[in-house]
Write a protein that binds this ligand. Structure first.
Ligand SMILES: [Zn+2]
Length: 453
């Protein structure tokens, strides 16, 4: 028996369809996990198994987060890592992360997902690249199943420790054979390539400065054999460029191409310092970018030339990045920062509110190599979120509620529907006891911070 859900009388439904329709007084009719109809409330069925009256609400496609390290929610604002650039920041955090446990991965992933979902995100990738003390990617996947988030779990890795010229300490790196074996196991156990899939696996060595060229190449071969995507960090700041020049005698984009890391099934985080040749090559090959404006600002990495990338045809999505380098992982807030930062770098017309919102919906879907999320239209996955305009932060912005969503103080959702399931109703989770999760999370985080003192 199928179950139907109707969202009706919305102040506006932002569809992100081919004509970017915004429907005043709009409605969305969902059957099971798929959108069946989108239109004005008068034209759609008047009833369903569950009806949500969305008067005074803006309805948008669920936001897509393309880059995160959820375990880092345990290591926010660590004093030694508050004021450094990337390499210094990492060097201060690696020893703390060496104490992670499977319980910490599970609880921090739940916490990070709760934060994302409350901020409008319904699909997220997570890049877990450190596996001390028996930690596994399975711990994250379990959390996603529990809270009900659509999840692209990236099997990260580090194999080149300090003794071999890499950045991480030797005790947090793995050997390459077991990395590949575990990646293979995860793909075979969890990867779902079907439409509307709730879980996919991504092959994701951490960065060119923490794994070998061999692992980059073998990862690409494995990913293509199984039809899964590839993800890593690239061209994040000037030191990253210098490392690439010195170690490989190539720019990061050349190195990526040399390792087989370009194509519509690949996306790279940051690319703040990607050169013009790199931008055009990414556009030609359909290689995606996860833009993380807050993290780039916090670590003073620079301003990624997103306007130029989008104009060139590079697929761009938005990512909050890990909570140790963007201590406020609010997805709608990240959309706002993306818009503002392009303006700081390239002028007031460099990005509009609607363009920023498009990056976080259609853009993110494309970067994750999906065509079933990012827009509200028949046949798409039923992932949508509702924001209540009747809040002080939106006062005075009702004449353009879509722009208000991005320009005004980032709000939390009133409702989040993921794969047709109401995961947040009236601002409350239906799937997890958030108070309990946070209590456990804060205890674990304090124990990590105290051990580091
Ligand atoms: Zn990152």
């Amino acid at each position: 028996m199928s179950k139907t859900l109707l969202i009706k009388n919305a102040r506006v439904v932002v569809t992100m369809d081919e004509t970017r329709r915004e429907i005043n007084g709009g409605a969305v009719f969902i059957r099971d996990n798929v959108i069946e109809q989108v239109g004005s409330s008068a034209d759609l069925p008047q009833t369903a198994d569950e009806v949500i009256d969305a008067g005074n609400h803006v309805v948008i496609p669920g936001l897509v987060n393309t880059h995160h390290h959820m375990y880092q929610s345990l290591t926010r604002v660590i004093p030694a890592a508050q004021n450094g650039e990337l390499f210094n920041w990492l060097t201060n955090l690696y020893p703390i992360w060496a104490n992670l446990t499977p319980e910490m991965i599970q609880v921090s992933t739940l916490t990070a997902m709760a934060e994302l979902i409350m901020s409008g995100c319904t699909t997220s990738s997570d890049h877990l690249y450190i596996y001390p003390n028996g930690c596994k990617l399975d711990d994250s996947i379990e959390a996603a199943q529990q809270i009900g988030m659509r999840f692209h779990a990236a099997r990260g890795s580090m194999s080149v420790g300090q003794s071999k010229g890499g950045l991480p300490p030797d005790r947090v790196v793995e050997d390459e054979k077991s990395i590949l074996q575990d990646t293979q196991r995860l793909i075979e156990t969890y990867h779902d390539s079907s439409r509307h899939a709730m879980q996919r696996i991504v092959v994701a060595p951490c960065s060119p400065f923490s794994v070998s060229r061999d692992l980059m190449r073998e990862s690409a071969v494995m990913a293509r054999h199984h039809g899964v995507s590839l993800h890593t960090h690239l061209a994040e700041n000037v030191n990253d460029i210098a490392y690439s020049r010195e170690k490989f005698n190539m720019t990061p984009a050349e190195y990526a191409q040399d390792c087989g890391w370009v194509g519509h099934d690949v996306w790279h985080a940051h690319c703040v310092q990607l050169d013009d040749e790199g931008i055009y090559m990414f556009a030609r090959t359909g290689t995606g970018i996860a833009h993380c404006p807050c993290s780039n600002m916090r670590l003073a990495s620079g301003i990624a030339p997103i306007r130029k990338m989008v104009d060139a045809g590079v697929p761009v999505g938005i990512g909050v990045d890990g909570s140790a380098s963007n201590d406020g992982a609010h997805m709608l807030g990240e959309v706002r920062q993306a818009m503002l930062l392009q303006r700081v770098g390239f002028g007031p017309d460099a990005m509009t509110a609607r363009q920023a919102l498009e990056l976080a919906t259609l853009g993110g879907a494309k970067v994750l190599n999906r065509d079933d999320i990012g827009a509200l239209k028949p046949g798409m996955s039923a992932d949508l979120v509702l924001f209540d305009l009747n809040k002080v932060g939106f006062a005075g912005g009702w004449h353009d509620p879509v722009a208000a969503l991005v320009f005004c103080t980032p709000a939390d959702v009133a409702y989040s529907i993921i794969n047709g399931r109401v995961v947040v109703r009236n601002g409350q989770f239906t799937t997890v006891d958030l108070g309990n999760v946070l209590e456990r999370h804060n205890k674990l985080a304090l124990s990590l911070a105290e051990a580091a003192r």
